[in-house]
Design a protein around this ligand. Structure first.
Ligand code: GTR
Length: 383
Protein backbone atom coordinates (compact mmCIF):
# COMPACT_ATOMS: atom_id res chain seq x y z
CA UNK A 1 0.00 0.00 0.00
CA UNK A 2 2.81 2.37 0.92
CA UNK A 3 4.59 1.65 -2.35
CA UNK A 4 1.39 2.28 -4.26
CA UNK A 5 0.83 5.66 -2.56
CA UNK A 6 4.39 6.72 -3.15
CA UNK A 7 4.28 5.79 -6.84
CA UNK A 8 1.04 7.71 -7.29
CA UNK A 9 2.46 10.69 -5.46
CA UNK A 10 5.73 10.70 -7.40
CA UNK A 11 3.90 10.84 -10.71
CA UNK A 12 2.27 14.13 -9.70
CA UNK A 13 5.49 15.87 -8.69
CA UNK A 14 6.18 19.04 -10.64
CA UNK A 15 9.76 20.18 -11.23
CA UNK A 16 8.94 22.52 -14.10
CA UNK A 17 9.05 26.21 -13.17
CA UNK A 18 6.76 27.09 -16.07
CA UNK A 19 4.02 24.94 -14.52
CA UNK A 20 4.16 26.66 -11.13
CA UNK A 21 0.83 28.44 -10.54
CA UNK A 22 0.77 32.26 -10.34
CA UNK A 23 1.39 33.07 -6.69
CA UNK A 24 -1.48 34.61 -4.73
CA UNK A 25 -0.10 34.83 -1.24
CA UNK A 26 -2.20 36.02 1.69
CA UNK A 27 -0.99 39.43 2.85
CA UNK A 28 1.21 39.89 5.88
CA UNK A 29 -0.05 43.42 6.30
CA UNK A 30 -3.85 43.22 6.00
CA UNK A 31 -5.70 41.80 9.00
CA UNK A 32 -8.66 39.43 8.76
CA UNK A 33 -10.94 42.43 9.28
CA UNK A 34 -9.20 44.35 6.52
CA UNK A 35 -7.16 46.64 8.71
CA UNK A 36 -3.83 47.85 7.35
CA UNK A 37 -0.98 46.72 9.59
CA UNK A 38 1.64 49.44 9.50
CA UNK A 39 3.13 49.57 12.98
CA UNK A 40 4.83 47.32 15.49
CA UNK A 41 1.83 47.76 17.85
CA UNK A 42 -0.68 46.58 15.24
CA UNK A 43 1.54 43.74 14.07
CA UNK A 44 2.03 42.39 17.59
CA UNK A 45 -1.53 42.98 18.81
CA UNK A 46 -3.50 41.98 15.71
CA UNK A 47 -1.81 40.37 12.74
CA UNK A 48 0.88 38.27 14.40
CA UNK A 49 -1.62 36.49 16.72
CA UNK A 50 -4.00 35.94 13.78
CA UNK A 51 -1.27 34.31 11.71
CA UNK A 52 -0.04 32.27 14.66
CA UNK A 53 -3.56 30.88 15.22
CA UNK A 54 -3.86 29.97 11.54
CA UNK A 55 -0.65 27.94 11.63
CA UNK A 56 -1.71 26.35 14.89
CA UNK A 57 -5.19 25.39 13.70
CA UNK A 58 -4.58 24.58 10.05
CA UNK A 59 -1.00 23.31 9.83
CA UNK A 60 0.96 22.14 12.88
CA UNK A 61 -1.51 21.82 15.75
CA UNK A 62 -1.09 23.02 19.31
CA UNK A 63 2.05 22.73 21.41
CA UNK A 64 0.67 22.46 24.96
CA UNK A 65 2.73 24.51 27.39
CA UNK A 66 1.31 23.31 30.71
CA UNK A 67 2.88 20.83 33.11
CA UNK A 68 3.28 20.74 36.89
CA UNK A 69 6.91 19.98 37.48
CA UNK A 70 10.20 19.69 35.67
CA UNK A 71 13.42 18.24 37.06
CA UNK A 72 16.82 17.46 35.62
CA UNK A 73 18.91 14.42 36.47
CA UNK A 74 22.42 14.95 35.17
CA UNK A 75 25.04 12.29 34.61
CA UNK A 76 28.47 13.71 33.80
CA UNK A 77 30.37 11.33 31.58
CA UNK A 78 34.01 11.06 30.75
CA UNK A 79 35.56 8.70 28.22
CA UNK A 80 33.46 9.96 25.37
CA UNK A 81 34.81 10.80 21.94
CA UNK A 82 35.36 14.53 22.68
CA UNK A 83 36.80 14.04 26.15
CA UNK A 84 39.87 16.17 25.50
CA UNK A 85 37.92 19.32 24.70
CA UNK A 86 34.41 18.90 26.10
CA UNK A 87 32.44 17.76 29.11
CA UNK A 88 29.38 15.65 28.34
CA UNK A 89 26.21 15.92 30.38
CA UNK A 90 23.56 13.29 29.80
CA UNK A 91 20.41 14.83 31.14
CA UNK A 92 17.17 13.05 31.90
CA UNK A 93 14.52 15.74 31.86
CA UNK A 94 11.56 14.55 33.89
CA UNK A 95 8.23 16.28 33.37
CA UNK A 96 5.19 15.67 35.52
CA UNK A 97 1.65 16.67 34.61
CA UNK A 98 -0.90 15.59 37.20
CA UNK A 99 -0.25 11.90 37.88
CA UNK A 100 1.62 11.36 34.66
CA UNK A 101 5.31 11.69 33.92
CA UNK A 102 7.57 11.56 30.90
CA UNK A 103 11.35 11.43 30.76
CA UNK A 104 13.31 12.75 27.79
CA UNK A 105 17.04 12.47 27.24
CA UNK A 106 19.19 15.46 26.28
CA UNK A 107 22.93 15.32 25.50
CA UNK A 108 24.94 18.46 26.20
CA UNK A 109 28.60 19.09 25.35
CA UNK A 110 30.28 22.00 27.15
CA UNK A 111 33.70 23.37 26.23
CA UNK A 112 36.27 22.46 28.88
CA UNK A 113 37.86 25.84 28.56
CA UNK A 114 35.65 28.87 28.81
CA UNK A 115 35.90 32.23 30.45
CA UNK A 116 32.22 33.07 30.44
CA UNK A 117 28.95 31.16 29.96
CA UNK A 118 28.93 29.67 26.47
CA UNK A 119 26.37 30.36 23.75
CA UNK A 120 24.31 27.22 23.04
CA UNK A 121 23.43 25.47 19.79
CA UNK A 122 20.64 22.86 19.97
CA UNK A 123 20.11 20.39 17.14
CA UNK A 124 16.78 18.59 16.93
CA UNK A 125 18.00 15.19 15.85
CA UNK A 126 15.91 12.69 13.92
CA UNK A 127 18.85 10.66 12.66
CA UNK A 128 21.33 9.25 15.15
CA UNK A 129 20.05 7.69 18.36
CA UNK A 130 20.81 9.81 21.41
CA UNK A 131 23.09 7.57 23.40
CA UNK A 132 26.39 9.34 23.77
CA UNK A 133 28.90 11.29 21.70
CA UNK A 134 28.38 8.78 18.92
CA UNK A 135 25.32 10.70 17.82
CA UNK A 136 27.77 13.31 16.58
CA UNK A 137 27.69 12.07 12.99
CA UNK A 138 30.25 13.63 10.60
CA UNK A 139 29.02 17.00 9.48
CA UNK A 140 25.44 16.59 10.63
CA UNK A 141 26.30 17.44 14.24
CA UNK A 142 29.94 18.68 14.21
CA UNK A 143 30.51 18.69 17.96
CA UNK A 144 34.30 19.16 17.92
CA UNK A 145 34.17 22.11 15.53
CA UNK A 146 31.40 23.81 17.51
CA UNK A 147 33.24 23.31 20.80
CA UNK A 148 36.45 24.68 19.29
CA UNK A 149 34.56 27.81 18.28
CA UNK A 150 33.43 28.30 21.87
CA UNK A 151 29.85 27.02 21.66
CA UNK A 152 28.14 24.60 23.97
CA UNK A 153 26.08 22.24 21.87
CA UNK A 154 23.23 19.89 22.64
CA UNK A 155 20.97 17.48 20.87
CA UNK A 156 18.06 15.21 21.62
CA UNK A 157 16.66 12.45 19.48
CA UNK A 158 13.10 12.91 18.21
CA UNK A 159 12.27 9.45 19.55
CA UNK A 160 12.73 10.58 23.15
CA UNK A 161 9.68 12.88 22.75
CA UNK A 162 7.58 11.38 19.94
CA UNK A 163 8.74 8.49 17.74
CA UNK A 164 8.86 9.36 14.03
CA UNK A 165 6.52 6.59 13.00
CA UNK A 166 2.82 6.56 12.22
CA UNK A 167 2.13 3.54 14.44
CA UNK A 168 4.26 4.62 17.38
CA UNK A 169 4.36 8.42 17.38
CA UNK A 170 1.74 8.79 20.09
CA UNK A 171 3.83 6.56 22.39
CA UNK A 172 5.86 9.54 23.67
CA UNK A 173 4.55 12.68 25.31
CA UNK A 174 1.13 12.37 23.66
CA UNK A 175 0.08 9.28 25.60
CA UNK A 176 2.28 10.03 28.58
CA UNK A 177 1.33 13.66 29.18
CA UNK A 178 -1.21 15.12 26.77
CA UNK A 179 -3.62 12.33 25.71
CA UNK A 180 -6.49 14.82 25.18
CA UNK A 181 -4.52 16.21 22.23
CA UNK A 182 -4.94 12.95 20.31
CA UNK A 183 -8.59 13.51 19.42
CA UNK A 184 -8.34 17.12 18.28
CA UNK A 185 -8.28 18.25 14.68
CA UNK A 186 -5.70 20.83 15.77
CA UNK A 187 -4.01 18.56 18.30
CA UNK A 188 -0.30 18.08 18.88
CA UNK A 189 1.49 15.93 16.30
CA UNK A 190 5.10 14.86 15.85
CA UNK A 191 6.59 18.12 14.50
CA UNK A 192 5.04 20.02 17.42
CA UNK A 193 6.09 17.35 19.91
CA UNK A 194 9.74 17.69 18.87
CA UNK A 195 9.34 21.44 19.35
CA UNK A 196 8.03 20.77 22.86
CA UNK A 197 11.22 18.79 23.45
CA UNK A 198 13.34 21.74 22.28
CA UNK A 199 11.49 23.94 24.77
CA UNK A 200 12.29 21.58 27.62
CA UNK A 201 15.94 21.61 26.53
CA UNK A 202 15.77 25.42 26.72
CA UNK A 203 14.35 25.10 30.26
CA UNK A 204 17.54 23.22 31.12
CA UNK A 205 19.84 25.76 29.43
CA UNK A 206 18.18 28.68 31.23
CA UNK A 207 19.07 27.35 34.68
CA UNK A 208 22.60 26.23 33.70
CA UNK A 209 25.35 28.48 34.97
CA UNK A 210 27.84 27.55 32.25
CA UNK A 211 25.35 28.32 29.43
CA UNK A 212 24.31 31.72 28.12
CA UNK A 213 20.73 30.90 27.07
CA UNK A 214 20.26 34.40 25.66
CA UNK A 215 22.72 33.42 22.94
CA UNK A 216 20.76 30.41 21.78
CA UNK A 217 20.58 28.81 18.36
CA UNK A 218 17.97 26.26 17.31
CA UNK A 219 18.93 24.10 14.33
CA UNK A 220 16.95 21.52 12.41
CA UNK A 221 17.54 19.76 9.13
CA UNK A 222 14.68 18.72 6.87
CA UNK A 223 11.79 17.37 9.00
CA UNK A 224 13.54 18.74 12.07
CA UNK A 225 13.91 22.10 10.28
CA UNK A 226 10.12 22.26 9.88
CA UNK A 227 9.87 21.57 13.58
CA UNK A 228 12.52 24.19 14.48
CA UNK A 229 10.60 26.94 12.66
CA UNK A 230 7.32 26.11 14.37
CA UNK A 231 9.15 25.90 17.72
CA UNK A 232 10.58 29.40 17.40
CA UNK A 233 7.19 30.77 16.39
CA UNK A 234 5.92 29.36 19.71
CA UNK A 235 8.86 30.11 21.94
CA UNK A 236 10.51 33.54 21.88
CA UNK A 237 13.54 32.35 23.85
CA UNK A 238 15.43 31.24 20.71
CA UNK A 239 17.70 34.03 19.45
CA UNK A 240 18.56 32.39 16.11
CA UNK A 241 16.66 29.75 14.14
CA UNK A 242 18.27 27.79 11.31
CA UNK A 243 16.12 25.58 9.06
CA UNK A 244 18.29 23.57 6.68
CA UNK A 245 16.53 22.19 3.58
CA UNK A 246 13.25 22.08 5.46
CA UNK A 247 11.14 22.09 2.29
CA UNK A 248 7.40 21.43 2.23
CA UNK A 249 5.70 22.39 5.49
CA UNK A 250 8.93 24.16 6.53
CA UNK A 251 10.62 26.92 4.59
CA UNK A 252 9.11 26.32 1.14
CA UNK A 253 5.98 28.05 -0.13
CA UNK A 254 3.19 25.45 -0.33
CA UNK A 255 1.23 27.29 -3.01
CA UNK A 256 4.03 26.80 -5.56
CA UNK A 257 3.34 23.04 -5.52
CA UNK A 258 6.91 22.47 -6.67
CA UNK A 259 8.52 19.18 -5.57
CA UNK A 260 6.89 17.75 -2.46
CA UNK A 261 3.28 18.90 -2.02
CA UNK A 262 0.87 19.04 0.91
CA UNK A 263 -0.88 15.90 -0.30
CA UNK A 264 2.35 13.96 -0.74
CA UNK A 265 3.68 14.90 2.67
CA UNK A 266 0.39 14.21 4.48
CA UNK A 267 0.13 10.80 2.83
CA UNK A 268 3.72 9.84 3.54
CA UNK A 269 3.87 11.27 7.09
CA UNK A 270 0.31 11.44 8.47
CA UNK A 271 1.68 11.87 12.00
CA UNK A 272 3.65 15.09 11.38
CA UNK A 273 0.99 17.78 10.94
CA UNK A 274 -2.41 18.53 12.48
CA UNK A 275 -5.37 16.59 11.09
CA UNK A 276 -6.73 19.86 9.70
CA UNK A 277 -3.75 20.17 7.34
CA UNK A 278 -5.14 17.24 5.33
CA UNK A 279 -7.99 19.51 4.16
CA UNK A 280 -5.42 21.14 1.88
CA UNK A 281 -4.34 17.96 0.12
CA UNK A 282 -4.40 18.95 -3.54
CA UNK A 283 -5.95 22.29 -2.52
CA UNK A 284 -3.02 24.53 -1.62
CA UNK A 285 -4.75 27.50 -3.22
CA UNK A 286 -7.33 27.45 -0.42
CA UNK A 287 -4.72 27.67 2.36
CA UNK A 288 -5.39 30.91 4.29
CA UNK A 289 -1.62 31.29 4.86
CA UNK A 290 1.71 30.27 3.39
CA UNK A 291 5.16 29.54 4.74
CA UNK A 292 6.52 33.09 4.24
CA UNK A 293 4.44 33.90 7.31
CA UNK A 294 6.48 31.58 9.52
CA UNK A 295 9.76 33.57 9.51
CA UNK A 296 7.55 36.65 9.88
CA UNK A 297 6.22 35.22 13.16
CA UNK A 298 9.80 34.79 14.41
CA UNK A 299 10.77 38.41 13.65
CA UNK A 300 12.66 40.34 14.92
CA UNK A 301 14.72 37.36 16.08
CA UNK A 302 17.23 36.01 13.57
CA UNK A 303 16.20 33.45 10.92
CA UNK A 304 18.44 31.54 8.50
CA UNK A 305 17.41 29.17 5.68
CA UNK A 306 19.64 26.98 3.52
CA UNK A 307 18.99 24.87 0.43
CA UNK A 308 20.98 22.55 -1.81
CA UNK A 309 20.82 22.56 -5.57
CA UNK A 310 20.04 18.88 -6.08
CA UNK A 311 17.33 18.91 -3.43
CA UNK A 312 14.55 19.96 -5.80
CA UNK A 313 12.11 17.90 -3.72
CA UNK A 314 12.42 20.66 -1.07
CA UNK A 315 11.96 23.47 -3.66
CA UNK A 316 15.02 25.71 -3.09
CA UNK A 317 13.43 28.64 -4.92
CA UNK A 318 10.30 28.33 -2.77
CA UNK A 319 12.51 28.35 0.34
CA UNK A 320 14.30 31.52 -0.75
CA UNK A 321 11.08 33.25 -1.79
CA UNK A 322 9.36 32.61 1.50
CA UNK A 323 12.23 34.17 3.43
CA UNK A 324 12.51 37.04 0.97
CA UNK A 325 8.80 37.82 1.24
CA UNK A 326 8.61 37.11 4.99
CA UNK A 327 11.55 39.49 5.52
CA UNK A 328 9.16 42.37 4.83
CA UNK A 329 8.07 42.09 8.45
CA UNK A 330 11.69 42.49 9.54
CA UNK A 331 12.17 45.56 7.35
CA UNK A 332 8.79 47.32 7.48
CA UNK A 333 7.77 46.53 11.05
CA UNK A 334 11.12 46.21 12.83
CA UNK A 335 13.24 48.54 10.71
CA UNK A 336 15.81 45.86 9.97
CA UNK A 337 17.71 45.58 6.75
CA UNK A 338 16.70 42.75 4.40
CA UNK A 339 19.60 41.15 2.52
CA UNK A 340 17.34 39.68 -0.15
CA UNK A 341 17.54 42.29 -2.89
CA UNK A 342 18.44 39.74 -5.56
CA UNK A 343 16.05 37.31 -7.17
CA UNK A 344 16.74 33.61 -6.58
CA UNK A 345 18.17 33.27 -10.09
CA UNK A 346 20.60 36.15 -9.52
CA UNK A 347 22.13 34.78 -6.30
CA UNK A 348 25.90 34.34 -6.57
CA UNK A 349 26.67 33.17 -3.03
CA UNK A 350 25.44 33.30 0.54
CA UNK A 351 23.59 36.48 1.56
CA UNK A 352 22.95 37.80 5.01
CA UNK A 353 22.16 40.86 7.05
CA UNK A 354 22.48 41.03 10.81
CA UNK A 355 19.28 39.03 11.39
CA UNK A 356 18.45 37.23 8.13
CA UNK A 357 20.46 34.88 5.98
CA UNK A 358 20.31 32.33 3.18
CA UNK A 359 22.65 30.08 1.27
CA UNK A 360 22.30 27.49 -1.43
CA UNK A 361 25.12 25.06 -2.07
CA UNK A 362 25.97 22.42 -4.63
CA UNK A 363 24.99 18.85 -3.89
CA UNK A 364 22.30 16.74 -2.37
CA UNK A 365 19.91 16.85 0.55
CA UNK A 366 21.85 16.79 3.83
CA UNK A 367 23.24 18.92 6.64
CA UNK A 368 26.99 19.13 6.04
CA UNK A 369 29.99 20.82 7.61
CA UNK A 370 29.89 23.16 4.57
CA UNK A 371 26.39 24.28 5.60
CA UNK A 372 27.44 24.74 9.22
CA UNK A 373 30.52 26.79 8.39
CA UNK A 374 28.59 29.28 6.23
CA UNK A 375 25.84 29.47 8.84
CA UNK A 376 28.35 30.05 11.68
CA UNK A 377 29.72 33.13 9.89
CA UNK A 378 26.20 34.48 10.09
CA UNK A 379 25.85 33.56 13.78
CA UNK A 380 29.06 35.28 14.74
CA UNK A 381 27.86 38.64 13.47
CA UNK A 382 24.37 38.41 15.06
CA UNK A 383 25.75 39.18 18.54
C1 GTR B 1 11.42 13.35 3.19
C2 GTR B 1 10.25 14.27 3.32
C3 GTR B 1 10.75 15.66 3.44
C4 GTR B 1 11.86 15.79 4.44
C5 GTR B 1 12.81 14.61 4.46
C6 GTR B 1 13.74 14.52 5.65
O1 GTR B 1 11.08 12.04 2.95
O2 GTR B 1 9.46 14.11 2.18
O3 GTR B 1 9.67 16.52 3.74
O4 GTR B 1 11.37 16.03 5.70
O5 GTR B 1 12.14 13.42 4.38
O6 GTR B 1 13.38 14.79 6.80
O7 GTR B 1 14.89 14.15 5.43
Amino acid sequence: LIIFTKTMAQSQVNYDESKVPALHLPSLFISEKGEVIDSREKWEAIRKPEIFRLFQTEVYGQIPKDFDEISFEVTKRSNHQFDLIANLEEVDIKIRRGEKTHVMRLNVFLPKEMEEPAPIILLINHRQKAEDGSLAEEGYWPVAELIQKGFATASFHAETVAPDDIQRFSGGILTNLYPEQLDKKDGLKALGAWGWGAMRAMDYFEQHEAINAKKSVLVGHSRSGKSALWTSANDPRWAITYANESGCGGAALSKRKFGETVEIINNAFPHWFAENFKKYNGAEESLPLDQHMLPALIAPRAVYFASSKDDQWADPKGEYLSLQIGSQVFSRIYDQESPFKLSFEELKGPVHSKTLGYHIREGEHGLTWGDWSIFLEFVEQVW
